[in-house]
Design a protein around this ligand. Structure first.
Ligand code: CMC
Length: 427
């Protein structure tokens, strides 16, 4: 018999089981609460609510720990590849060489898009934000790949997961090409997942494109850092959309829409825009004061996190990667110096210390992506590309659970109580 949590109310006691995970906080199972007491719990923003059981990713926000299937993100970033980490997230264990080769080949076989999708792009304005295009095109995939939308069939689920992971770089690169008016570049399956994406983005049909191995490795690492992050807003959106039985392409489009917001994936674009606006280190104190001012909506973008109350382990890897990319490309964007000094000043400021606000994954990623040549509008699209593996792994985990139910939160109603309709002539 495990622990129980006791709720005492109006002279009655109610017991609720306490469930233990493999590591991390225990949870109080309150599923019977409403039936027994007629009350709901109230937790806007889900700050104290575990909405599901999951074996994919563990975060200890106080210690700055992030594990995928038990492996530390720092180790994966240093030793793994995005393809291997994707396999790990989807299958629960690191692959053998044969399994990795087979998985990489399968993904590369799905990189092309239905040709008719190219005409779909032409319906967008040239200045459309790539995330608007991503939402539309990914949602539209269900109209092109009907043959893998039976979510009750594990084979269909596997094929649609592979299709989504494989096609996302093609979709994102085409969004970029469309915005700059260059022809789409078809995938080259002899390249790595990330090398292929670089070529589709920066290559042109008129010239051969050579993948810079340092850039390829840096971008692959950025993809690893974004691959999954437990029950964040976009992943929860994917799960909620999927809980109704919606097809995976529609669910991932919902996740992309949620990721776009500046409090979530949109922060990488906002962070670099902010650093450029600050421009020089002497302006930093002014922006720190603005971030602390409750009457000013300005926040330090790329700072703070719902779960991390310590340095985001992904930001540590990002900062190191900036130096590698700068050295390889022989660039030195002054915005990096602004970022370093802003971080130092914020981390020594009582406001940020007291609220435990540290740089998150988005603080340095934009500096690297910009050095590689991506415009800021592409940053969140790259986040979506990488997070797709996490979304599909979480979606698969949910659909495979025999106890899965439609997600249906309740509310604390504060509107008018029932009243009689007043005819227009009497109002
Ligand atoms: N700059 C200034 N103050 C901040 C910041 C910030 N970046 N972040 C939080 N605070 C303050 C906030 O004003 C609040 O103060 P008070 O308690 O006096 O009202 C306190 O810290 C707690 O903030 P919160 O908004 O209640 O915390 P939250 O967990 O709801 O929000 C967050 C987390 C990430 C949305 C928020 O920290 C934020 O807006 N950061 C900037 C955007 C950003 O970088 N987002 C990327 C997150 S990491 C990548 C991802 O998951 O997508």
């Amino acid at each position: 018999m495990g622990d129980t949590a006791k709720l005492s109310m109006a002279g009655a006691d109610f017991d609720y089981p306490v469930i233990k995970g493999s590591v991390g906080p225990d949870v109080v199972d309150i599923r019977k609460l409403y039936g027994q007491t007629g009350m709901f719990t109230y937790d806007p923003g889900f700050t104290s609510t575990a909405a599901c059981e999951s074996a994919l990713t563990f975060i200890d926000g106080d210690e700055g720990v992030l594990l995928h299937r038990g492996y530390a993100i720092g180790e994966l970033a240093e030793h793994s590849t995005f393809m291997e980490t994707s396999y790990l997230l989807l299958n629960g264990a690191l692959p053998s060489q044969a399994e990795l080769t087979d998985f990489s080949r399968t993904i590369s076989r799905h990189t092309m898009l239905h040709e008719q999708l190219a005409t779909f792009y032409r319906g967008f304005r040239r200045d459309a934000h790539p995330m608007a295009i991503m939402c539309g095109v990914v949602g539209a995939l269900s109209a092109f790949y009907h043959d893998s939308t039976d979510i009750a069939d594990p084979v269909h689920r596997k094929i649609s997961s592979h299709r989504l992971i494989a096609k996302m770089p093609t979709i994102a690169a085409m969004a970029f090409k469309y915005s700059v008016g260059q022809p789409f570049v078809y995938p080259d399956n002899s390249l790595s997942y990330t090398g292929n994406f670089l070529r589709m983005t920066f290559g042109v049909p008129a010239e051969p494109y050579e993948v810079n191995p340092v850039v390829e490795q840096a971008l692959d690492r950025i993809f690893i850092l974004h691959a999954d992050h437990e029950q964040n807003a976009s992943t929860s959106t994917v799960r909620l959309a999927g809980s109704s039985g919606a097809n995976p392409f529609a669910c991932i489009a919902a996740g992309i829409a949620c990721l776009w917001g500046p409090a979530h994936g949109g922060a990488n674009e906002a962070a670099l825009n902010m650093l450029r606006e600050i421009g020089t280190p002497d302006k930093i104190p002014h922006y720190i004061e603005r971030a602390k001012d409750k009457n000013d909506p300005f926040r330090l973008m790329g700072f703070g996190h719902r779960v991390y109350k310590n340095y985001d382990p992904r930001a540590t890897v990002m900062q190191k990667t900036v130096r590698e990319v700068f050295a390889a490309l022989k660039v030195n964007d002054p915005v990096f110096e602004v970022a370093l000094q802003l971080e130092e000043m914020a981390l020594n400021d009582p406001y940020f210390i007291e609220k435990k606000l540290f740089p998150n994954v988005d603080f340095y990623s934009g500096v690297i992506l910009s050095a590689i040549g991506f415009p800021t509008t592409m940053f969140t699209a790259l986040f979506a590309l990488a997070r797709t593996v996490g979304w599909v792994a979480q979606w698969n985990e949910m659909i495979s659970d025999p106890g899965q139910k439609i997600g249906r939160p309740r509310q604390l109603y504060t509107g008018p109580v029932e009243r009689s309709y007043v005819p227009l002539s009497k109002r």
